[in-house]
Write a protein that binds this ligand. Structure first.
Ligand SMILES: CC(C)(COP(=O)(O)OP(=O)(O)OC[C@H]1O[C@@H](n2cnc3c(N)ncnc32)[C@H](O)[C@@H]1OP(=O)(O)O)[C@@H](O)C(=O)NCCC(=O)NCCS
Length: 208
């Protein structure tokens, strides 16, 4: 697990937005990533370190679950947070909206990137990402997707592209990522769950 950030202060802010359905403008700062929108702030917090606020966010992450039939796509934090803790290349993060934990995901600096790109050392992988079942279909997935390039710029500084694979039978995932700025760059047949789309987005570096 990364120890670069302790989740205290957000770092990429999206200001001037109209809420999860409106446009947002990224503003780079130091720390985690957040979006200030009309209906509250959405922030991505790295779940590294042992500060009380981080331990509280980790507990909130563990309580989040997707729908049971969606677990095949993302698993759940109860499983994937300990797995991330055990792997120094993985950085778990929490999605918060208006102070409420609404989603969870993991940024992986290695994973199966060598199956997705010829330059795995210049890439990062999004995995285990989901919005809690009771918070879905409200724009949080789309908003979190927009914030990911800023978060990755901080936790995997060598990365220029953030990749993911999403099952072709998961239209909500494909639409949320597309709305968040990811583009489809091919097909992936690994993983055993059927064909997946490979999507990627440019990482927001500190120069922006
Ligand atoms: C995929 C997921 C992250 C999307 O998050 P969300 O907050 O529910 O989605 P949003 O409200 O931001 O909506 C994003 C888009 O998906 C669409 N969408 C959301 N839920 C949908 C559903 N159940 N069926 C069809 N489309 C759906 C929205 O209409 C929107 O599309 P649009 O921009 O074209 O209008 C969420 O549904 C989820 O956690 N699913 C289970 C785990 C999963 O599939 N993770 C991805 C693994 S790669």
């Amino acid at each position: 697990m990364s120890t670069r950030a302790d989740g205290g202060e957000p770092g990429i802010r999206h200001t001037g937005g109209l809420g999860p359905t409106g446009p947002v403008t990224p503003v780079a700062t130091d720390g985690p990533a957040r979006s200030i929108t009309a209906d509250g702030t959405t922030a991505l917090y790295v779940l590294a370190g042992s500060a009380p606020v981080t331990l509280s966010r980790r507990a909130a992450a563990l309580a989040l679950r997707p729908l049971p039939e969606q677990e095949k796509y993302s698993s759940r934090a109860e499983v994937t947070l300990p797995a991330a803790d055990a792997d120094p290349h993985r950085t778990p993060f929490l999605v918060e909206h208006a102070g409420q934990a609404v989603g969870f995901g993991v940024i992986d600096a290695v994973g199966y990137l060598s199956s997705l790109t010829h330059r795995p050392g210049r890439a990062a992988l999004l995995r285990a990402f989901y919005i809690g079942a009771q918070f879905q279909y409200r724009g949080h997935g789309r908003t979190a997707a927009r914030l990911l390039p800023g978060l990755v710029g901080q936790v995997v500084p060598a990365a220029r592209w953030l990749y993911l694979t999403v099952n072709e039978a998961n239209p909500a995932g494909i639409r949320a990522y597309a709305a968040g700025g990811f583009t489809d760059v091919g097909r992936y047949l690994g993983g055993g769950l059927g064909p997946q789309r490979v999507m990627r987005v440019a990482v927001l570096t500190g120069n922006h």
